[in-house]
Write a protein that binds this ligand. Sequence first.
Ligand code: PLP
Length: 381
Amino acid sequence: MIPVFKPHMNKKKILPELEKILDSGWIGLGPKTKEFEDKFAAYLKAPHAVAVNSCTSALHLAVLAAGLKEGDEVLVPTMTFVSTALVLLYEKIIPVFVDSDPKTLCMDPEDARRKLTPKTRAMIPVHFGGHAADLTSLQALAREHQLILIEDCAHATGGTYHGQKLGTFGDFSCFSFHAVKNLPTADGGMVLAKTAKADAQLRKLRWLGIDKDTWARNDNKYAWRYSIEELGYKYHMNDITAVIGLAQLETLDEDNQRRAKLAARYQRELTGLSSIECPVEIPPAVSAWHNYVIKVENETQRNDLGSYLGNEGISTGVHYEPIHRHKVFQGRARMENLPVAEHQWTRLLTLPLFPTLSDQEHDQVISGIKTFLRKTTTLAV
Ligand SMILES: Cc1ncc(COP(=O)(O)O)c(C=O)c1O
């Protein structure tokens, strides 16, 4: 079966580094985590980066460090993974779901503007599929209404906007190193802040609120002494994950180039086939191509194509069923007027895209789609 996603692990580099770290006697939060933070920040040209155990944790900490409180409203896209909005519920903050741009499937800035109220304090745009949200409009909206901008970069490690790395635009930004993301470590995340003060707060919050982490204490004469002044969480990264992250960072650009090449080939082969709409890459965005989501005619065709490809040994997915539809948000979020997302998601199908997808497997997917269309439509091909 050809999967939809598959992590590419830089085993040559990872295995010897893992051996070293396992022998070192220090596998928790330590110097390798710091090295990964520094190298990741340098890669993005960002001032601060704090390593955590997932993007969900990163989002939760960003919300806390941003000072958002119970009853505040936060604009979030509905076309995303649940974490983007779920972390708001942890703090009894109200997610206000925003509709999608029909082309990029990112948050629609005009709909965001329509949904502002005096209680709106922040927005969390997602760079859907690795393609930048409309940052020019969203930054303008944030400036105009003093909103905190938190970028959800779970899909977007390595993507750019106006030549600048995604994750360097917001007051905070959050990355995922989950198994199928562009820089996979199995699980992991990074939260970026603009100021040293926010960076220090994030470091404390990721480690139960303790004022010194174990690594810092290891260096200290009074290693046993620490204080806890505010409620924190056990969200830190460990050095085993960090050595994997460091190795994966070395192949990130190469992996993203392979993703882009495969995406361009899909584009060439599928553009013009009746009823298929390919994902777009609109300048000044350069996508990180986390996924490849096509739009077909309607829900029936989407489901039939998915089943047909499944029978041919090709996995597909749907990213996403709009998350406001999940029961957990009922009574806890605002979710009015989301016509684009409600319509578009029924047409979405995610095709296999990952760095180690071979040309032959890629051909198999493309010819599977063409054969399906030939069999089921008269206009196609
Ligand atoms: C847009 C988005 N945000 C957040 C997350 C959460 O990431 P993690 O699994 O690292 O917590 C994901 C994961 O799929 C995601 O796709």
